[in-house]
Design a protein. Structure first.
Length: 450
């Protein structure tokens, strides 16, 4: 009996230590089994208490009366599958007649408390089927990306969502995006993760960093073009507009519009072209858009109008030519001058880190996801890197990018420097770098996002 007691105490102590220091290990070792049992045992009573049951069908009531049986109980949604994951549980439910997916979404907070889980989110898989994702611990406190992620062309993993799934930046689905955030909110780390994800791909990176290049120029060996001043940025954007026109002329000559060519093979963008003719896609990263829009003299105003016009043209027409925009800033409102709201309307993807006021949050989500505005201004200052990500569909998620130091990003860009394409139109803006230096081992990164 003493040996059993000692063993039990050691197991409980080990579980408590794991839950405190390594919540992911605790979840896989103990939490997933306890949570699955808790959900299955409490399921019917919890659903009834949350108002997620429907009365029995009339034929069942009639049959009970005829056979003098007890009246059937209200029926909850049917569990079709219960799948454990490394961060929680995935519950797939078949809704009963009369139930709606919004009923499940509205009860998410009550389900979280009733099942003793950290978070509960839901989404509609198809008509009548809802997937409920439950997380067992705070996955955003110490971000650990899964070892394996889905790899596709122009689709890179950049962060982890609060439900434990991976947040991808898919340029072919959402070609242009806006990233907002106050100082020390985590924008730079998010941008480094973008560059780190794009570095191994066959893509040209173009950077505009008007802070004298302190953010992007350390990564210069993987960039095909860089600009560190508004004057250089204006010329670089004009060169990109010229490249866009050349790509459209190429698509026009290769459209293959004949009666014997199937509709699916008619070229309308670079991804419809044969691989040997396909131009290299270009991702343009603008570090601080306000530096391109502010002016003090008439000459600077003319330069500003030239820059914003070029950005608007690239946002409106660049997708088919394989030119994608990533625009970052602290604010992005109409006070930056004419053309800004037109540009913002073309930026489908929206990511907002900690913001200082509600007006800035409205700039990001007011026109696409009003519910995300309150979430964006409630991000605490100590959780740097936590952000709200949304798009034109109206959906939004809390995400957090893993901490990537500047040294780690530089090492990665140096490793894939041989994949940097030489684009003739952008040759004058190619950053000059010395010989390849040996990779410097980086210190072990802190799990908290900087």
């Amino acid at each position: 009996m003493t040996a059993f007691t000692v063993a039990l105490v050691l197991v409980v102590a080990a579980a408590g230590l794991l839950r405190w220091r390594r919540p992911a290990w605790y979840w896989l070792a103990f939490g997933v089994t306890l949570a699955a049992l808790r959900v299955l045992v409490r399921y019917r009573s919890v659903m009834d208490a949350c108002g997620l049951t429907v009365p029995p069908a009339r034929w069942r009531l009639s049959l009970a009366r005829v056979t003098n049986q007890p009246i059937p109980e209200p029926r909850p949604p049917r569990i079709r599958r219960l799948r454990p994951t490394r961060t929680g549980l995935v519950l797939r439910l078949k809704l009963r007649p009369g139930q709606d997916v919004f009923d499940i979404a509205a009860a998410s907070d009550r389900l979280r408390h009733s099942f003793s889980m950290f978070g509960v989110t839901s989404r509609e898989v198809r008509s009548g089927v809802v997937e409920v994702r439950m997380t067992g611990y705070d996955v955003l406190k110490r971000v650990q990306m899964p070892a394996e992620t889905e790899n596709r062309a122009m689709r890179v993993p950049v962060a982890l969502r609060e439900d434990g799934s991976v947040h991808y930046r898919d340029y072919r689905a959402i070609p242009h995006a806006l990233t907002l955030g106050a100082t020390e909110s985590g924008k730079s780390v998010y941008q480094r993760n973008l560059v780190a994800g794009l570095a191994p791909l066959d893509v040209a990176l173009v950077g505009i960093d008007c802070k004298q290049g302190v953010e992007l120029f350390p990564l210069a060996r993987r960039f095909s073009a860089l600009a560190d001043s508004p004057d250089t940025a204006a010329e670089l954007l004009d060169a990109l507009v010229a490249r866009m026109a050349d790509v459209y002329r190429l698509i026009r000559t290769q459209q293959r519009i004949t009666v014997d060519v199937p509709d699916a093979e008619i070229a309308a963008d670079i991804w419809d072209l044969p691989e040997e003719l396909r131009p290299t896609p270009v991702v343009v990263l603008v570090d601080e858009v306000a530096e391109l829009a502010l002016y003090a003299t008439k000459e600077e105003e003319r330069r500003r109008d030239r820059i914003i016009t070029a950005l608007v043209r690239l946002a409106q027409l660049g997708r088919a030519a394989g030119i994608y925009l990533e625009i970052c800033g602290q604010r992005f409102g109409s006070e930056l001058g004419k053309g800004i709201t037109m540009l913002r309307a073309q930026l489908t993807g929206r990511t907002a880190h900690r913001l200082n006021d509600e007006t800035s949050a409205n700039m990001a989500f007011g026109d696409i996801a009003p519910d995300a505005v309150l979430a964006a201004i409630q991000i605490p200052a100590e959780l740097r890197g936590l952000a709200i990500a949304g798009d034109a569909s109206g959906g939004w998620h809390r995400i957090r990018a893993p901490h990537t130091s500047l040294r780690q990003a530089v090492n990665l860009c140096n490793r894939y420097a041989d994949r940097t394409p030489d684009l003739p139109e952008l040759a004058p803006f190619r950053p000059t770098t010395g010989t390849a230096t040996e990779l410097v081992p980086s210190a072990k990164a802190s799990p908290a996002t900087a």
